[in-house]
Design a protein around this ligand. Structure first.
Ligand SMILES: [Mg+2]
Length: 248
């Protein structure tokens, strides 16, 4: 991939790089635990971390424990759309406060999920995700059930993802998490660069745009991002080129 094709500026050691995981660094899989990590990804991330003085973070909807298991390294970052935060490499994860509302939603949706093994209810720290990727014809029913479950639960936000309906507290977002990381070393004072593919990444794009950073949407679809890269493979090729240029 050549830079003139993406329109992206040449990489700088002053960048702080924030990367979404699913649909950005890896292709989406039918279920969250079926995702596979390209072995080359780990070496690219290690090279980027080195070239950016450690200013590399993963900003994902997954819990950070899952990201760590998939990547084999404890990068700084935000999990569960910003509900979890880890400011330093290998450091402790600041967990979300326990959310009773999540348990209410879980109980409301449980009978539907128990009756159809294609539906998956994924419990996360402080959030819950209702996957219907394997039963797309039930989308309307799933939406209706989630709407009923949310009725009377103020302060919760519904995230309409790719074949997944997710609920989290509405005052937390990927944008808030990126802003918090940009307050601490080694991210502070750097130019934020954020790449993501899905609805929740738009909050991050908004924050990074406001800070005069660089935002990259992966794949098609409307976006507030300033740049676009067509696919996961194309992003990995670009990241590899960035790491190479930062090392010379
Ligand atoms: Mg994603």
């Amino acid at each position: 991939m050549k830079f003139h094709k993406t329109g992206l500026p040449s990489p700088s050691r002053d960048w702080a790089l924030f990367l979404d995981f699913d649909g950005t660094l890896t292709e989406l899989a039918p279920t969250p635990d079926a995702v596979s990590v390209d072995p080359a990804l780990r070496s690219v991330l290690a090279a980027l971390e080195e070239g950016l003085g450690g200013a590399l973070a993963i900003v994902s909807g997954r819990p950070l424990s899952e990201i760590d298991a998939l990547l084999g390294i404890g990068l700084p970052g935000a999990g569960v759309h910003g509900l979890e935060l880890r400011e330093t490499r290998g450091g402790a994860v600041q967990p979300p406060r326990d959310m009773a509302a999540i348990r209410v939603i879980e109980r409301a949706l449980a009978p539907m999920v128990e009756a159809d093994p294609r539906l998956i209810l994924e419990r996360k720290p402080g959030a819950i995700a209702f996957h219907y990727r394997r039963a797309p014809e039930r989308e309307d029913e799933c939406r209706a059930a989630m709407a009923r479950a949310l009725d009377g639960l103020p302060g919760m936000a519904l995230i309409d993802g790719k074949m997944v309906l997710e609920v989290k507290p509405d005052h937390i977002s990927k944008g808030v998490a990126i802003a918090r990381l940009l307050d601490v070393e080694p991210f502070a004072g750097r130019i934020p660069v954020f790449a993501g593919d899905d609805r929740t990444d738009e909050d991050g794009f908004e924050v990074v745009n406001a800070m005069k950073g660089i935002t990259i949407k992966i794949g098609p679809g409307a976006t507030r991002a300033s740049h676009r890269i067509s696919s996961v493979d194309a992003l990995l090729a670009w990241l590899k080129e960035v790491s190479r240029l930062l090392s010379v």
